[in-house]
Design a protein around this ligand. Sequence first.
Ligand code: URA
Length: 221
Amino acid sequence: MRVAGIRDQYLEAMGIPVWVSRGQEQAELPGSASPDVDWDQLQAAVRDCTLCGLHRRRTQTVFGVGSHDADLLIIGEAPGAEEDRRGEPFVGRAGQLLNAMLGAIQLTRDEVYIANILKCQPPNNRDPKPEEAATCTPYLEGQMKLLRPRVILALGRIAAQLLLQSDSPIGRLRGKEFSFGEEGTPLVASYHPAYLLRSPSAKTKAWEDLLLVRQILRIQS
Ligand code: URA
């Protein structure tokens, strides 16, 4: 089946599965990672995306922010209200805590790359539905292919379980190093900053996770 549209061409060129509208079937389009697909093209594909119902109520998509040369990729769950308004991930209260956490390991937002599983805000900040995550994940995969991070930090249960394909609680997934994807990128899971705002006593464990990230980054450099 032919899938039209420039967004689909970009996704196809990157070897990313595309949802086709007719019959709501999922089609794996041919093609492997293409050096022709760049950040601007992928961002435009996300900006124009209407593949799930979340596009109807968004103010704007929230693609990601940071350095395209970053060693560390931080992955959260989904934009909240403030992120939806400003078009940038982690700019609300949880984002301020994330900035402070990064500062504690001598990193700034500009030096890392920050993205979410979902690029659109779910209503009332509910958890992403599995079909929304499945539809949106190819964009994150595109970001990973372009960035080729040396370490991934998954923040919160949703991101950690999805990336690790696990249903273990975040308390079991955090605190250790996993190997992610074909390239075996080191992945550390930790508590979501929004959870840390509600449960400050978990900050000690989050700090341990950050030290692990820093240690892996140093070993790799
Ligand atoms: N929580 C997330 O997981 N991501 C954001 O961008 C903001 C809050």
